[in-house]
Design a protein around this ligand. Structure first.
Ligand SMILES: Nc1ncnc2c1ncn2[C@@H]1O[C@H](COP(=O)(O)OP(=O)(O)OP(=O)(O)O)[C@@H](O)[C@H]1O
Length: 231
């Protein structure tokens, strides 16, 4: 059965999630989460507690050993891989720790990429993917003369903002962000977070943001600590 978005469902409902990379490694235990539409959640934990692993499980890129993940009312790990990929393309924007931009594409082409992979995201742009990419790049303070440069010719902070624009385009219901501010000084980091969360709010996108840096917590509606492992 294809996955669908159910208007009344939570953006994210995570219960009893556990994962072990290999039999020799400790079991990673994750907190239960219920995230409503438009809410912003901050998850913090020291290095190695499993923040990136958690996001990979939520994004459907890893399968849990136990527990459930419901997104918009769908149990994503009950679906076949193809349906899961389609659901992610349609409903989830991801900002990776290393940005994962396509190096040979321009900033604009990187931002419009989700609209090429998802008719739903394309249809959700107000006029066209290119117009929305320009609006997002301008809102995220990327100068217009940089929009047609290859992303590798942009600064790290600019690349990070391009990655944010790519996650926001087409108004996905959920944005997952993995410590994307670690390369920035504190002023730029706060400015980036304010922009990201304001743009997410305009789109009613829920945000789940992980970082080791607890000083970021006041930007968010809710916060949870990741405890890490159990034997
Ligand atoms: N691909 C992998 N194969 C095996 N073990 C892994 C892999 N990726 C992560 N781990 C292990 O899983 C645990 C959690 O790692 P993870 O990267 O999720 O933590 P993190 O909190 O995101 O760390 P950081 O803040 O340093 O990015 C660590 O013990 C790590 O060594």
């Amino acid at each position: 059965m294809p996955l669908s978005s159910q208007a009344s469902a939570l953006a994210l409902d995570v219960r009893n999630l556990r994962f072990r990379w290999t039999p020799e490694q400790p079991l990673l235990c994750f907190p239960d989460i219920q995230l409503a539409a438009g809410e912003h959640l901050f998850i913090h934990g020291p290095s190695g507690t499993g923040k990136s692993t958690f996001l990979s499980l939520l994004a459907g890129m890893l399968s849990p050993d136990s527990g459930t993940i419901q997104m918009l009312g769908n149990d994503i790990h009950q679906a076949r891989a193809g349906a899961r990929d389609r659901f992610r393309a349609d409903h989830v924007g991801v900002i990776f720790q290393q940005f994962n931009l396509v190096p040979y594409l321009t900033a604009e082409a990187n931002v419009t990429l989700p609209c090429r992979l998802s008719a739903r995201r394309r249809a959700a742009t107000v006029t066209s993917p290119t117009d929305e990419a320009h609006r997002l790049l301008a809102a995220l303070t990327i100068p217009a003369d940089h929009w047609h440069r290859k992303v590798t010719r942009l600064s790290i902070g600019q690349q990070q903002r391009v990655a944010a624009a790519r996650a926001l385009i087409g108004s996905p219901e959920l944005i997952l962000a993995d410590e994307p501010t670690s390369a920035l000084d504190s002023d730029n980091r706060d400015r980036f977070l304010d922009l990201l969360l304001t743009l997410a709010e305009e789109r009613n996108s829920s945000v789940l943001f992980v970082s080791h840096d607890r000083t970021l917590a006041p930007h968010f509606h809710h916060q949870i600590a990741l405890q890490g492992t159990s034997s």
